[in-house]
Design a protein around this ligand. Sequence first.
Ligand SMILES: [Fe+2]
Length: 338
Amino acid sequence: MNGLTPEQLAGYSCKRDIINRNGLVLVPANTPLAAGHFHLLINHGVDWNTYEFEPPRVQTNETLVTKASETIRGMFQLIRDEKRIPLEEINQSILPTIYQATDFPNLFSVLSGLQAKDDYTYRHNIGVGVISTLIGKWLQLNADDLSLLSTAATLHDVGKIHITDDILNKPGKYTEQEYEIMKKHTIFGYEIIMNSPNVSPRMALVALQHHEREDGSGYPYGIKGDQIDYYSKIVAVADIFHAMTSKRVYKDAMPFYLVVRQMQGGGFGELDPAICSLFIRRMMELAIGNDVMLTDGRQGTIKAVNPFDLVNPLIEMDGGSYVDLSQNTDVNIVALVG
Ligand SMILES: [Fe+2]
C-alpha cells in the first residue's frame, strides 16, 4: 500500500498494466496517469494503492506508439469477445496517447515509430488515428468533433476482427475471392459499431465508407462525392498515406514522393482534393527542419517549402550545399526521416 491520492499520482506511471477484475487492461504499463484514468479505475472498482508507481519520466516515441498499439490490440480482443465498443476505455486509454502524438515536437519520429513491425494491423489503426486527428486539428474541428473523428479513425478497420489471419496477413496478392472477403471488413465494422450501445452512427459510417472514393471507384457500394461522409473522406486520406508509406511483409514502403503524387493524381482512387492538399501542405510545412532521404541515397534537411511545388522543397545537403528539388527533376524524396 502506498496510500497516494490521484493528485499526488498525476504523471506517475505503473510498471505493470492496471487491470480490472476480468483482466481488461484499463491503464497499460508505463502510461502517465491523468485525472481520467482515476475516474476509470474508480468505475471499475480498482484499488490503485495495490500497485507500485514510478515518478514521471520522458517517454520515447517508440514507447508511445508501442503502448498505444498494445492497448488497441486489447480493445479489439474485447470487442470480439463482448461484441461492444468499449468507448469509455478508448476515451481514457487511447485518445490521450493519440493527442500526445499529434502534439509531439517531432511528428515524423512518431510516424516512423508507427512503421509496422510484426503488428501492422494494430499500428496501422493508431497511425490512421494520429494522422486523422492531425487533419481534424488543421481543419479546426471543435473538441467534441475531434474526439469523434479520432475514435472513428482508430476504429476504422475494426471489422477486420472477423477476417481470418491467413487472409489478413497473406504475403502476396489476393485472389478475386479473397479480395471479396477482405472488402467485407467495411460492412462488418459498420455492423459491430451500429450494434454497440451509445456509439455515434457516424463512427459506423467511417468503418463502412473509408474505402469509398470520390469518383465511385471504391467499395463496398461504389458511392461517390457527397454521398460519402466527410469524416470517412478524412480517414481515407490518412489510411492511404499510412498504408502506402509503411513496409509490409509482402512489399516495401512506397517512396514518399510517389505516394503523394499518386494521392494527388487519383492513383489510389480519387480522394477528396481539398483534404488531400491540406494534408500535404501542412505536413510539408511541418517537415521544415526535418531530415529527408533522397532517391540518390543522400540525406539532407528541408530548409524551405515551395507553395507551388510542395513535395519538391529546398534541401540543405549534409556537406552544406543546397539542392532545390523543384529545379532538379532527377532527385526526389524517398522518406521523411524522424
Ligand atoms: Fe480498411
